[in-house]
Design a protein around this ligand. Structure first.
Ligand code: AMP
Length: 115
């Protein structure tokens, strides 16, 4: 098992501002928000990064993560204006925490290309 700060959040060993929890997924506000809405959506199982995913094995889990993102976007009133979902992978992708996570960002105009 990879041990990260997110593993500790899943086990409730350190606090987080949890906005949604299911049997398989935890969603909590990012500690260093980059937008008015910035939520991290993580699986409870240990998957370090996007490149460890296998479509056939993890399709259900990824679908659940998208469902959670869309549900939270509606609840947080950013659904109409739009939002961005980000999965950073590895050093060049800007990944800092090696437990798979999807960023839900919204509440402001996003720019392209990303930094
Ligand atoms: P990434 O760069 O894609 O790996 O994103 C990791 C994210 O985790 C960053 O946006 C951090 O601000 C966030 N983060 C790190 N520690 C915590 C924490 N204890 N609670 C909430 N978010 C955190």
């Amino acid at each position: 098992m990879g041990e990260t700060i997110f593993s500790k959040i899943i086990r409730k060993e350190i606090p987080a501002d949890v906005v949604l929890e299911t049997d398989t997924i935890l969603a909590f506000r990012d500690i260093n928000p980059q937008a008015p809405v910035h939520v991290l959506i993580i699986p409870k199982i240990d998957i370090p990064k996007v490149s460890d995913l296998k479509g056939c094995e993890h399709a259900q889990l990824l679908g659940e993560m998208i469902d959670v993102a869309n549900k939270l976007a509606k609840e947080m009133n950013i659904s109409e204006e739009g939002y961005r979902l980000v999965l950073n992978c590895g050093p060049n992708g800007g990944q800092e925490v090696y437990h798979l996570h999807m960023h839900l960002l919204g509440g402001r105009q996003m720019k392209w290309p990303p930094g």
